[in-house]
Design a protein. Structure first.
Length: 151
C-alpha cells in the first residue's frame, strides 16, 4: 500500500498521532528454548498503518496478547517497535481471559465483525458481552488519556 509521506508528515507535524486497535502490530512470544521472539501478525490494519506509524513516531495502543508481551514492556506498558529499528511506541493494554472471551471473541467477533461485513444473519449481541465491551473500552480510553497527558 502506498501513501503520500509528505502529506501525512505535513498534516501531523504539530500533532501526536495515537491509534487504537484490538490487535497489536507486534507480538512477543516465547519459543521452545524459552527465548523471546517478535512477530508481525497478518492483517490489513497492521500492513496499512505500521509504515505510517514509523514515519510519524506515533503511539499505537492495543491489546497485548502475546505470552511474552508483559516481559517486554516498561513500567508504562510501552515497548519500542519495530524491534530491529524502533520508530514508534506500542502501548499495551492488558485484558483478562474473561474480558477476551466476552469483549473480543464475543461482542467484537460475533456482533461487530459480521455487522461491519454485511453478514446480518450472523450478527449476535448479548447483554453480558455488551457490558464487557464497555468495560474494556474504558481500559483503552484510560490508556489513551495517559498517553495524551505527557503530550
Amino acid at each position: 500500500m502506498r501513501y503520500n509521506k509528505e502529506l501525512i508528515r505535513e498534516w501531523f507535524k504539530d500533532r501526536n498521532l495515537i491509534i487504537v486497535t484490538n490487535r497489536e502490530p507486534y507480538i512477543h512470544t516465547y519459543n521452545e528454548d524459552g527465548d523471546i521472539s517478535c512477530s508481525i501478525p497478518a492483517g490489513g490494519v497492521t500492513a496499512a498503518m505500521d509504515p505510517i506509524m514509523q514515519d510519524l513516531n506515533a503511539t499505537w495502543v492495543a491489546w497485548g496478547n502475546g505470552n511474552a508481551d508483559m516481559d517486554e514492556v516498561d513500567d508504562k506498558n510501552h515497548v519500542p517497535v519495530p524491534p530491529s529499528r524502533p520508530r514508534y511506541t506500542l502501548r499495551r493494554v492488558w485484558l483478562t481471559h474473561t474480558e477476551v472471551k466476552n469483549y473480543y471473541l464475543g461482542y467484537c467477533n460475533e456482533g461487530l465483525w459480521p455487522l461491519s461485513h454485511n453478514l446480518l444473519s450472523k450478527v449476535r449481541f448479548e447483554k453480558k458481552q455488551w457490558n464487557y465491551y464497555q468495560q474494556v473500552n474504558s481500559k483503552f480510553a484510560q490508556a489513551v488519556l495517559e498517553e495524551c497527558r505527557d503530550n
